[in-house]
Design a protein around this ligand. Structure first.
Ligand code: G3P
Length: 217
């Protein structure tokens, strides 16, 4: 499973990229606003840090303007992935861009039928929002299971990018279902490393090692 980080904070991206486990980055207008940075400038910086896809979202609601925005965004770097909302205009834009060989991430997906449409429109990634699904009394993981089944039925190449990930259990469940990618805030990715028994084990080994009086170096 690929790991993307869902943030526009440069330092957090650098820290995760240094682990060698980061495969891409997703941003959205809310994350850009939170960063306080210029959209195009911060996107260029992120693209220089990470080799994999960096999602940059259009903000127009009509197809013609989405295409104009995408034209500007995709010139920022080769690894920019244009993010469009799951609307009629968004999918028209997805179809046009993907036909030209541009990576497209279709966002704000809340149903398996929407995911089917995105795959037919040639999306590189579909982003079902599991956390927001859970928030509204549905099971976000049921949605991932349905999309996995549909995509496998028809051998769609569109990758399932589990988004709106709120905790490590979402990551585990998405991996068990066979999602292709998950995007999570930096804290959730760092939480994946943690286990109380790992910490306790290190503490015990360090205490016993000190008793030997030895040094490896
Ligand atoms: O990037 C989109 C998505 O991951 C947003 O997550 O936590 O705002 O629902 P959240």
């Amino acid at each position: 499973m690929k790991f993307f980080v869902d943030t526009a904070e440069i330092e957090a991206i650098r820290e995760l990229a240094a682990t060698g486990l980061l495969d891409g980055v997703t941003t959205n207008p809310s994350l850009i606003a939170k960063s306080g940075r210029d959209f195009k400038e911060v996107t260029a910086e992120i693209c220089a840090i990470v080799d994999g896809p960096v999602s940059a979202e259009v903000v127009a609601l009509d197809h013609a303007t989405m295409m104009k925005e995408a034209e500007i965004l995709r010139k920022i770097a080769d690894n920019v992935c244009i993010k469009v909302p799951l609307t009629v205009d968004g999918l028209k834009t997805c179809k046009a861009l993907s036909s030209e060989g541009t990576m497209v991430n279709v966002t704000l997906c809340f149903s398996a039928n929407q995911a089917l449409l995105a795959a037919k429109a040639g999306a590189s990634f579909i982003s079902p929002f599991v956390g927001r699904h859970d928030d509204n009394g549905f099971d976000g993981m049921d949605l991932i299971e349905d999309i996995r089944l549909i995509y496998d039925n028809y051998n769609f190449a569109t990758e399932i990018l589990v988004a709106s990930v709120r905790h490590t259990m979402h990551v585990l469940q998405a991996a068990k279902i066979g999602a292709d990618v998950m995007t999570a805030p930096p804290k959730v990715i760092l939480d994946l490393f943690k286990h109380v028994l790992t910490d306790k084990g290190i503490e015990g080994f360090m205490a016993d090692w000190a008793k030997t009086g030895q040094s490896i170096l």
